[in-house]
Design a binder for this molecule. Structure first.
Ligand code: ADP
Length: 192
């Protein structure tokens, strides 16, 4: 089973690229942000709890997030592989991911690909997309900057976890959409 992690700060294009790559490589796209938003829209207990964190641009606690991810992977166990977008976001989530991949599928992450984008580009892109996304965490610059801060405080360090396992590839995330898709596709062809 192919497990691919797309990694990078908010606004780096993970979601857009994950969707394209999922179709191209027949992987199931799993976005923890989308799963939280689905739960919020449906007012589930998980959604109500997650909302208080997401509205501030903070990470949702690891345990809640991991439980939700596990349910989603279990529900899709017939898939040939997954492209994870927005998980893991802490080292503890990276460890939890390894345990649950072993438990559910006796497998592990194949490769983690990071998209590198400058902070000011991130803020600009997120503000621009807020018109279409309708996301309240996209519309407010303070919340956007807090999400970027959470990334540097808690998420950036996760790259070391995968560098140590020699399954980390860093790519430039600043080109146009098609260029980035082409670069990502080349990486995937080599790894899966
Ligand atoms: P972005 O990458 O643009 O921030 P996402 O949709 O991936 O957008 O995430 C939106 C929000 O959902 C995050 O700010 C956070 O509150 C929550 N979230 C998503 N994934 C995780 C995760 N793995 N751990 C904790 N919180 C998460």
């Amino acid at each position: 089973m192919n497990i691919i992690v797309l990694f990078g700060p908010p606004g780096s294009g993970k979601g857009t690229q994950a969707e394209i790559l999922a179709e191209k490589f027949q992987l199931k796209h799993v976005s923890t942000g989308d799963l939280f938003r689905y739960n919020m829209k449906n007012n589930t207990p998980l959604g109500i709890e997650a909302k208080s964190y997401m509205d501030k641009g903070s990470l949702v606690p690891d345990e809640l997030t991991t439980e939700m991810l596990k349910d989603e992977l279990k529900r899709n166990s017939e898939q040939k592989g997954f492209i994870l977008d927005g998980y893991p976001r802490t080292t503890s989530q990276a460890q939890a991911l390894d345990s649950l991949l072993e438990e559910l599928f006796q497998t592990t992450v194949k490769v983690t690909i990071a998209l590198n984008v400058e902070d000011e580009t991130l803020v600009h892109r997120i503000k621009k997309r807020s018109i279409d996304s309708g996301r309240s965490d996209d519309a407010d610059e303070n919340i956007i900057r807090n999400r970027i801060k959470e990334y540097y405080d808690k998420t950036a360090v996760v790259s070391q976890y995968y560098i140590d396992q020699e399954k980390f590839v860093d790519i430039e995330g600043e080109g146009n959409r098609e260029e980035i898709t082409a670069i990502l596709s080349d990486v995937l062809v080599k790894w899966i």
